[in-house]
Design a protein around this ligand. Structure first.
Ligand code: CO
Length: 132
């Protein structure tokens, strides 16, 4: 059911600093930045071939990424897999007993639909399904 890796999410304490680091170290720059208020996050999306690096900055300490940064520090946050049918993918994970953070898809960046599955049911990896 997975078409490809859509993006890898990386939490950053300082989004501008992370963007500057990726420019210096890897010679890449964001195609766009987007604030997703309902998730309390600002994203800088860097295209790498058919996939993206999603640098994540918290809009405050009491947001999902803010809480992740205080407990775990900066670094790998989640893997986003592109799927053709997010409803079918969610139903399959649920049938497999994977705990879902989002029972229903919600709006992600680039006009996509997204849903998260809990890392405790997915080998310690926060999994995001993305229907582009
Ligand atoms: Co993501």
């Amino acid at each position: 059911m997975l078409d490809r890796i859509d993006h890898v999410g990386i939490a950053a304490l300082d989004l501008d600093g992370a963007v500057a680091f990726y420019a210096r170290a890897f010679g890449v720059a964001p195609s766009f930045r987007e604030v997703v208020e309902e998730q309390g996050v600002e994203e800088a999306m860097i295209r790498v071939g058919e996939s993206w690096i999603q640098l994540l900055g918290a809009r405050g300490p009491d947001t999902p990424v803010g809480r992740f940064l205080s407990s775990r520090g900066p670094g790998l946050h989640h893997v986003g897999y592109a799927v053709g049918d997010i409803e079918a993918a969610l139903a399959r994970l649920k049938a497999e007993g994977v705990p879902l953070i989002d029972e229903r898809p919600r709006r992600g960046s680039r006009g996509s639909l997204v849903a998260f599955a809990h890392p405790k049911g997915a080998g310690g990896v926060l999994v995001e399904l993305v229907q582009p």
